[in-house]
Design a protein around this ligand. Structure first.
Ligand code: PDD
Length: 285
């Protein structure tokens, strides 16, 4: 069966979905996107994802083409039209098709695209043994809180990790932890979870919020703050989170072990809470 996608009001086979080369997404990277994991055909934290998407569109001064209820209905239809029960839904809105000029075009409708791909979650070995990361200077712009489709810096930074045989690049801006190239990062020190604040230098992750909610539910102390690379490198534990990575332990950074180089005890507890939460979502949506 050819993959069904959504483009500008229509569900259609992927090969029939076409946009103009003058689309501002293609020319300028002028748009926003969202990724929503789907477990057993239940969209994970859909309302939170739609709210973040709306915030990204507002920040880009793009009008949201649909209400949250309309988006939710479209997402449910897209989910129902796929073979796989576990999916990764991609939403994408650009400023539309117009002659090339940096300034906003007048009277142009946004381009709205949605697709679903099979959800690829971490392997059993990555979950049990942890993963390796490298670090790099955060070369991105000052509005990393917007989930913009212009991802050139993120692409280059993630590729550095791939080239080094690592899963992610951890970013430091003026030596302060921000996030990963496509993920958020947490540390643990003396039983306290350390997390960067949701400011303009990181994407407010939906998984980040869930991890902090689960920590609060289980009375694990959290310190939100700015952490220097020396604190991160000497942490007891490091974690990476995202919709597709879920929660993973980082066991080496730039080839050096984090603590004893094994996933830590708090990671194992958090992973259990996270998996329990997923089970609830799968049962009740
Ligand atoms: N990326 N920070 C960045 C820069 C990201 O791109 C992502 C997610 C996150 C984590 O956000 P969430 O927990 O809501 O997935 C943090 C997605 C998965 C992507 O672009 O593929």
């Amino acid at each position: 069966m050819s993959q069904t996608v959504y483009l500008n009001g229509e569900f259609l086979p992927l090969h029939q979905a076409q946009v103009s080369v003058l689309d501002r997404g293609f020319i300028f990277g002028d748009g926003a996107y969202e990724i929503i994991p789907v477990y057993s055909r239940h969209a994970f934290r859909l309302q939170q994802h739609l709210q973040r998407f709306a915030a990204s569109l507002t920040a880009l001064r793009l009008s949201n083409p649909y209400s949250n209820a309309q988006w939710a209905a479209l997402v449910q239809t897209l989910i129902a039209r796929q073979d796989e029960a576990d999916q990764s839904i991609y939403l994408h809105v650009t400023r539309g098709v117009a002659p090339r000029d940096h300034a906003f075009p007048a009277g142009v409708s946004p381009t709205v695209f949605m697709m679903s791909n099979p959800l690829i979650t971490p392997s059993a070995a990555q979950i049990s043994q942890g993963v390796s990361c490298i670090s790099a200077s955060d070369i991105r712009w000052d509005r990393c809180d917007i989930k913009a489709i212009a991802l050139l810096a993120n692409v280059l930074l993630r590729q550095q990790a791939v080239d080094a045989g690592a899963v992610e690049t951890i970013l430091f801006r003026d030596d302060i932890l921000t996030e990963g190239a496509a993920s958020n990062i947490f540390a643990v020190r003396n039983g306290v979870i350390l997390a960067p604040p949701k400011d303009q230098h990181m994407l407010p992750g939906i998984t980040y919020d869930l991890v902090l909610e689960l920590a609060a539910q289980h009375s694990v102390p959290v310190e939100i703050g700015y952490f220097a690379s020396s604190v991160i490198r000497s942490a007891d534990e490091l974690w990476i989170t995202s919709s597709t990575k879920e929660v993973l332990a980082i066991v080496t950074l730039d080839g050096q072990p984090i603590a004893n180089g094994q996933p830590g005890p708090l990671f194992k507890r958090m992973l259990g809470w996270y998996q329990d939460y997923k089970q609830q979502v799968m049962r009740h949506g």
